[in-house]
Design a binder for this molecule. Sequence first.
Ligand code: DGJ
Length: 730
Amino acid sequence: MGIIENKKSKTLTLHTKHSSYQMKIGNLDYLLHLYYGPSICDTDMSYQIMQYDRGFSGNPYESRDVRTFSLDAQPQEFSTQQQGDFRTTSIEIVNGDGSYSYNGKTAGYKISKGKYQLETLPCVFANKQDTADTLIVTLSDVVSNVQVELLYGVFEEADVITRAVKVVNKGDKPIHLKKIMSTCLDFLNGANFDLVSLPGRYGQERQVERQHMTHHIHTIGSVRGSSSHQQNPFVVLCDRETTEDYGKCYGFSLMYSGNFLAEVELDQYDQLRLVMGINPKQFVYELKPGETFEGPEVVMAFSEHGFTGLSHLYHDFYRTNLCKSKFVSDVMRPVLINSWEAAFMDFDDVKLIKIARAAKDMGVDLLVMDDGWFGKRDDDNSGLGDWFVNEEKIRCGLRKLVEQINDLGMKFGIWFEPEMVSEDSDLYRAHPDWAMEIPGRRGVRSRNQMALDMSRKDVQDYLIKQINDILDEANIYYVKWDINRSLSDIWSNKLPETKQGEVYHRYILGLYRVMDAIILTHPDILFEGCSGGGGRYDPAMLHYYPQYWVSDNTNPIDRLKLHYGTSFVYPTCTMGAHISDNGKYIPLETKAVVAMCGTFGYELDATHLTDEERAICKEQSDRFRKYYHILFTGDYYRLTNPFESGNMTAWQHVTKDKSESLLSVVVTNLTCNGPQEYIRVKGLEPEAMYRINDGEAVYSGAALMNAGLPINREISEYTSFQFYLARQKR
Ligand code: DGJ
C-alpha cells in the first residue's frame, strides 16, 4: 500500500518507489504539508515545522493567545482564504451571505485501493498490473458547510502522484467559486528553486525557459480558451544546480485543455508555494446546495536524476496510463501522407487518388484528406460547420473515394474542425445563436471564423451526429481533429446572465463530452489532435488522441527545438512529425531523421517527386517501421540542447532492455576547421559491446557513453546521421 496513516503523529504519507509525500493534520485540524521529495521511509517529518511569533501575520481566532501559529508561515496542502495567509490562495469563494471566506479544516479522510476517477473530466487510470491507491481528505468550513475534497492518486511503481479537487456545497445557499486550484504544494525551503516552463507561439511551440525564483508570484497560464501555443500546462520546479542528468526536479502536468494557471510564489520567509488549476480569469461558477464542482487533475512526479529522469517518468506513465486507444501500443501507427501542404484546399478526388498512388511507392500506408473537402470550402472564409461532402470536389462521393484509396492497398483519413463555424456557412445561417458572440457586440474574428458555443447540449449533439455519420459512412481509419482560433466573446445564449462566468469551463466540459461520444465510440480509428499546429498539446487531449500535431512549422531545423521542448513531458510517440517541402536546402534524409523523432509521415505532393526520391522515401518509411519498437517504446534521451550554440543536435532512443539504440544527429552550425565533435550516448549497458550500423565497428557501452562517437566533419550543414547500435551476444 502506497499510503500510510500514522494515527499517533496524525500524518498521512504517500510512498512511490523513489519518492515520499507527507501531510499532517496539524494545529486546529489544519492540513499541513510536510514533505515531497526522495523517499524518507516512515519518518515523521513534523519536526520540520517551526512556529514563531511573526509580526503582522494573523493567528486563527482559536489560537489568539498563542501567537506562534499563523497560516501565513505554515506549509499547507490547500491554502485557504481570509484566514491570515496572505500568499496565493487555492480557493476563492463568495459565500451565500456575500462574504469572501473559506476556512477548511480536516474533517476526515479515506484510503482505498485503486485510482479515483473524475466524473466530468479526463484523468489517468490504473492498469491491472499497477499498484494504485487513493486518498481522499475532506476539508470542511463549519460556517458555510462547503466541503473541499482533496484527491490523491498514488502510483507506486510509476513514481507518480496525482491530485485533483472537488468542492461540494453542503450548505443551504448557493455559493460562487471564483478560484479553485487542483494542487497546492508548499516547500519550506524554497530559495534555491528554478522554474522551467514551455512558452512559445504559433509555429514555435514549447520552447524551454528557465528562471530563478525571486520574491513575487510567477505566473504561467493561458486565457485563450485553450491550453495554447503560448504556454503549456506543464512546469518544473528544480534546484538551481539541476541539469539534464543530475539534480532534483518536480514536474506538474495539468490535465486540462482550457484556461489554466500555475502560480509560484517565493514568500517573505523564502518558502515556495506552487498552485495549479483552472485560470480564475472570467471564472465564476455557481454551486447550488448539493452541487459538486470538479477541478482537473495534476500529474506530479519527482526525480533526482535531472530533466532526463523526470521526462522518463512522464514518458513511461503517459505511454501507459493516459490513453486507452489501441494505437498506443497494440497497433503500429501508419506512415501517412497529408494533403495540406501538398494541395491546401485546391484538390478533388482525382488529385487525391494521384497523390495516394504516388505515395504508395513511398511506402506510405494512409492518405489524409485535410481541410477543404466539405461544405463550401475553397478558402478559409467559409464552410466550417457544414460537415457534409462537397461533391463538386469529391465528385465520386466519400465512400467511393475511400474505396478507391483502399483498392490501392492504402487506408484513408479525414480532417475536421468540429468546434468552429464560418459566418458563411449553412450552419451559421440556420443557427446564428450557436456561435459565441456577446449580444449587441460583433465578435472578434480569427481566421475569419467563430467558435461554437460548446457548452450547449444542442451544439454538442449536432456535432456528435454529423461527425459520427461521416465516420460511419465510409471506411475511415484516421481523423485529424483541428481547432484554429483562440476563444473570445465568451457568451452562451443558453445560460442566464448570472452564469456567463461558467462558459469557459463549460465549453471544455462540452468538448470532452463530444470527444467521448465520437472518439471513444470509434476504437478502431486513430485520432490525431491539432490546434493550428500544437496549440492544445496537453495531457487531457492526449487522453483522447495517441498523437498530436507538434506544430505547423515543418522546417526540420526549427523542429529540433520543437521536439526538444515537447519531449520534456510528452513522449516522442505522441509527436506528429512530417517531411514536407519546407526547407528546400535541407536534405530529404535530414527531414526523415527529424520526423522519426515523432509519428513519421509526409506532407507534400508525392506526384512532384522523382522516381528516385520516391524510392528514397520508401526506404525511409521502411526504416521507420524497422526501428518502430525502439522509437515508440524505448527511453528517449536529449543529448544536446538546441537552444545552446553548438554544432550539432543529437538525441537517442534506447530499448528498455538496452539491447538496441538509435542515435540521431543533425549538423546545424558547422564552424570552419573547428574541433572534432564526439557525441556521447546514454542509457547503454557499460560492459556490453555494441555493433554500429551492422558494420565492422564494435565498441563497449562504456566507451560510447564516456568517450562518444566521433562525427565526420567533412560534411555540410544540415547533414544528418543515424546510428543503429546493437548489443552483441556475450
Ligand atoms: C491547421 C493545421 O495545423 C494544419 O495542419 C491544417 O490542418 C490546417 N489547419 C487546415 O486548415
